[in-house]
Design a binder for this molecule. Structure first.
Ligand SMILES: Nc1ncnc2c1ncn2[C@@H]1O[C@H](COP(=O)(O)OP(=O)(O)OP(=O)(O)O)[C@@H](O)[C@H]1O
Ligand SMILES: [Mg+2]
Length: 330
């Protein structure tokens, strides 16, 4: 990447959901805890972690589809949310710049609208292409950009395969010429045979349009080749963040090491010979997370300080960040 300008920065970003736990009792799901990181313009930042660790919540809170509980979000140098200074910018102008491709393609498209109407609605909200002819042209162009036929504009979402529905979701996100897209597991609901087609298409579109991606996935092996950098989450906390190669070759956090040890290697002999690190116990509930470091209940290196103090995400090498009290042992 030639320029290393930051497009999005977050400081101490938190998202808690209030949930009822009895007729009068209320509790909080602490889905994202104090996120501190940034995304460079034009890069793909991969975000990985187990199911329920808060990836979708973080992705949606970044673009304020979920209102943050507290913290700060800066987009292109401008604070769009700051709980301390009571800043909460109106999001409509930013919605055009920040888009999302949803995790579940079928649930994210209105079944009563044709594909043309779905894409057209995004154009109308932002008053792009007010003339009918221009609007129809743009819809046709978007469909062909994502590899669909122009006649598909008159069909309803249920008349498409999962892969095609995801392409419609991508066309809808692209319709408004965005700068930043949260790609929330855009391929995990798809058949393996078309996953790479969709990934390649997203990469081509990124190059053509200079897009910046937050690419969410369960699995490190999905994002390692397409991400410039990767962030690893555990139970609402970012535990490690580094350049993709660096993270995969020299992980420093015990949780990242566990995730990587589960990635199959192409050579079956090496794969069998490699030591797999297995974690004890289940992932704790984000409604009642462990004190201190949230990973301490499953970490082989945990000591007293880990139970008491949440470690900060600190730079441990150039551009390599980790949150752990015992990196020297891990
Ligand atoms: N609207 C909501 N209300 C209450 N709790 C929620 C809500 N959305 C998410 N959660 C909870 O927040 C936590 C994080 O959920 P999230 O969907 O962000 O996880 P995820 O990492 O995206 O998981 P997956 O990989 O399965 O998509 C989970 O415990 C989930 O149950
Ligand atoms: Mg999710």
């Amino acid at each position: 990447m030639s320029e290393q300008k930051k497009l999005l920065e977050v400081e101490n970003l938190k998202k808690y959901f209030a949930v009822k736990t009895g007729s009068f009792k209320k509790n909080y799901v602490q889905a994202v805890e104090s996120a501190n990181f940034f995304i460079y313009k034009g890069e793909t930042l991969g975000l990985v972690g187990e199911s329920g660790c808060g990836k979708t919540t973080l992705g949606r809170t970044l673009i304020r589809l979920y209102e943050p509980t507290s913290g700060k979000i800066i987009y292109d140098g401008k604070p769009i949310y700051d709980s301390e200074k009571k800043i909460a910018e109106k999001m409509l102008p930013y919605r055009r710049k920040m888009q999302i491709i949803f995790q579940d393609p079928s649930a994210s498209l209105d079944p009563r609208m044709t594909v043309g109407e779905i894409i057209g609605e995004a154009l109308d909200i932002h008053n792009i292409c007010p003339s009918k002819a221009e609007r129809n042209d743009r819809i046709r162009n978007l469909l062909s950009q994502v590899g669909l036929n122009t006649e598909h504009a008159n069909r309803f979402p249920h008349e498409f395969s999962g892969g095609q529905q995801q392409r419609v979701g991508i066309a809808r996100a692209l319709a408004v010429n965005p700068e930043f897209i949260v790609c929330d597991e855009p391929i995990s609901a798809l058949d393996v045979s078309i996953q790479s087609q969709v990934v390649n298409m997203l990469e081509d579109l990124q190059e053509e349009m200079g897009l910046t991606y937050l690419f969410i996935a369960h699995d490190i092996s999905v994002v390692r080749h397409i991400s410039n950098r990767i962030g690893v989450m555990y139970l609402g906390c970012m535990v490690e963040l580094a350049e993709s190669y660096e993270l995969c070759a020299h992980p420093v956090h015990p949780y990242t090491k566990t995730l990587l040890s589960a990635v199959p290697l192409p050579d079956p002999v090496k794969s069998r010979a490699r030591e797999r690190i297995l974690l004890e116990g289940d992932i704790p509930s984000p409604m009642n997370p462990p004190s201190g470091c949230r990973f301490h209940t499953r970490c082989p290196y945990a000591t007293e300080i880990c139970k008491q103090e949440m470690p900060k995400l600190e730079e441990v090498g150039p551009g390599h960040y980790a949150a752990c009290h015992h990196l020297e042992q891990a």
